[in-house]
Design a binder for this molecule. Structure first.
Ligand code: HPA
Length: 278
């Protein structure tokens, strides 16, 4: 594991750099939005966009996953100022949970009160099909890592309450947005595993018994961080495939990316309608 500083000081430095790059056009964002695999197209909908490669942001490591562009984009969506991250840092890349959650600290340091996560996920609920969207109601942390392990940073909660990790009001707003743009939106429990292997069929049966509806390799450390620093979180999974053993298909990253792209139009409409309601 690499030891890159991921605390409040590092986040403040990154945020100062981003504000300076945007210059006079800077407006405090209503939300920070992370785009999952295959969902990066939403970034093209931003108006007055300033694009900053991750490699320019102080404290950000290189993105190593194909299909994650690795850009931070500042602009307006539905006339609301937002900051988007096209790409994220996964633990399976060798990052610890603190680094996986670091961009959330940066979004907070930029003044975003709301954290919107999106991800590609396998459908554990048997009725889920590739292309379905699922609002995350709750999660299970089967990554067995936590970004808050270690000394408490100034302003962080030591023992954050996790009884409502995904903000009920924001979830209601997301459902309302889905209705407004006529996008079917399921709701369920996301289970985070560290990856990078997809699950075995036996593991998927275990996850089903535990109460998971979808499985993926991200989001959990980020939402833990959001709660610890007082941001309200909401998240949407794009079901890119039936989880292993639930169909005869073998899983591949290429298929996950392709399914992400096929749902992109609905996803983009949903998030735009949500942001409009913030
Ligand atoms: N499992 C874990 N992560 C995923 C999957 C999956 O089936 N599909 C997309 N991300």
């Amino acid at each position: 594991m690499k030891t890159i500083p991921v605390g409040v000081t590092a986040a403040t430095t990154a945020a100062a750099y981003i504000r300076e790059r945007v210059g006079a056009a800077w407006q405090t964002p209503v939300a920070g939005i992370v785009l999952g695999s295959g969902l990066g197209g939403l970034a093209d909908r931003l108006e007055d966009a300033v694009r900053i490669p991750f490699s320019h942001v102080p404290g950000f490591p290189q993105v190593t996953v194909a299909g994650h562009a690795g850009q931070l984009i500042v602009g307006t969506l539905a006339s609301r100022p937002v900051v988007m991250l096209a790409g994220r840092f996964h633990m399976y890349e060798g990052h610890d949970a603190g680094l996986a959650a670091f961009p959330v600290r940066v979004l907070h340091a930029l003044g975003a009160p709301v954290y919107v996560a999106s991800n590609a996920a396998g459908g554990v609920r048997r009725t889920f099909e590739a292309g379905d969207l699922m609002l995350i109601a709750d999660h299970m942390n089967l990554m067995f890592r936590n970004p808050l392990i270690g000394p408490t940073e100034q302003g962080d909660e030591r023992f954050p309450d996790m009884s409502d990790p995904y903000d009920p009001q924001l979830r209601a707003l997301m459902r309302e947005a889905a209705q407004a743009v006529n996008v079917p939106l399921h709701e369920g429990v996301y289970c985070g595993l560290v990856g990078p292997t997809y699950e075995t069929p036996a593991e998927v049966r275990m996850l089903e018994k535990l109460g998971a509806d979808a499985v993926g390799m991200s989001t959990v450390p980020e939402v833990i961080m959001a709660r610890a620093i007082g941001m309200r979180a909401v998240a949407v999974s794009c079901i890119t495939n039936k989880a292993a053993g639930l169909s005869h298909e073998k899983l591949s990253h290429a298929e996950v990316m392709e399914a992400g792209r096929s749902v992109a139009g609905r996803f983009e409409g949903l998030i735009s309608a949500f942001v409009q309601r913030l």
